[in-house]
Design a protein around this ligand. Sequence first.
Ligand code: C2O
Ligand code: CU
Ligand code: CU
Length: 461
Amino acid sequence: MMGMSRREFLLGSAATLAATSSTFAIAKSALSADLDLPLNYLRHEIMPGKITEQMMGFGTSGPAPTIRLKQHETKSIEVINNLHEASVVHWHGLRHENAMDGVPYLTQKPIELAERFRYNISSPDAGTFWYHPHCNTLEQMGRGMTGLLIVDEPEDVGFDHDLPLNIRDFRLGNDGQFVAMFKPRLAARGGTLGTVSTVNWKMQPTYDFAPSSLVRLRLAVTDVTRVGSYSVSGANAQVIALDSHPVPTPIVADDILLSPGQRADVALQMPALEGETAQLFLNTLAGPRLMATFRSVGTAQGRSLTELKPLPRNPVKEPDLANAEILDFTFGWTPDGAKPLQSICGSLGYVFWSINRKPWLGDTPGPLDPLATMKLGKSYILRLRNNTPNDHPIHLHGLAFKLLRSDKRRLPPLFTDTALLQSGETMDVALVADNPGDWAFHCHVIEHQKTGLTGYLRVEA
Ligand code: C2O
Ligand code: CU
Ligand code: CU
């Protein structure tokens, strides 16, 4: 025991090591995190009877684990990079500490092969969130790296079951293997769609629940491209939250428009009779596409949606509109002559888009100026102008903003972190800049993000 401190002794593992000066450091880093999250190459049966090779995922097999936190609780998550390339993990929608936000160069160095990074994540808001890489993002997300993150309300609101639904496409050929992640021609337009639609890495899965039990469906569109409308039919179903924030009054779960990055919490009352089903559909131009089935099996529970307690409001500050400064952002084509920058977080090799005429490919070393600097605690109106004929789901890290108005349609007065800016639309949103740091601000069609439609906003203390 010579040379060993009491602390090293108590940490146990040190006892087997030589008592050198580095022993303490080793023992300390061995303190385990709440969750280990290895990044791995995986194989999985997505299309029936075909094993897709060269998938990338969180964990050691199958779809990413759903991570759960309690509101205000901090959880440590140790990301262990076993990929042959760099990565970082971003926690989409969390209004947390900037240093934990997982954006390369802006908030941390990329995590390289065999390196680890410990994230301490927490959330002032309850609701449905998700996580994904922010490095070589099209490839890593495209090959599977998207997972749900659930922040539970302090008090149970009365559901019998909770079902995360990770909704996304994969770009697979008939043999079940990946085809090219994108087509440049489409990256300069609406983006490249997947070929196979999945829920939790399955095509048209079926979930069994007791008849007339209450299920909280957590829809999260983690796809890299697809903007779509979803409906739940065959049972009573109501949208109770959008993008993790409760809606003031529940809305019938029909024609729910969700773009990449967006979420909807749906309260489903299972059909009353054994064997009856409800379905989740994606509404496409060719008609409804079945995504998942919910089947009543077992003993009837006799529950009703009216028994649910309303979701508590999240502690988001109301912007002071009378004193808010207006900041303008124009989403458009890229000025001619912009060249793609190489970085260890990958480049698609093209520059097509820009914000305020400045293209940033994101995930590349700076220095690059923030698109705007906001003062801590002040209110701002962000005027988002879409100068293009394509849709752009505009996402801001670390802050929640409120939808104010659009020149094209009525907007519900909801808080969100991702707003779908439709073709040619101008939209005003407002926020209180209450979280200091450099916050990425980009389109969540990843091909747009990676070819110029990225920037960041600074909140200065
Ligand atoms: Cu969902 Cu910049 O992220
Ligand atoms: Cu995000
Ligand atoms: Cu876009």
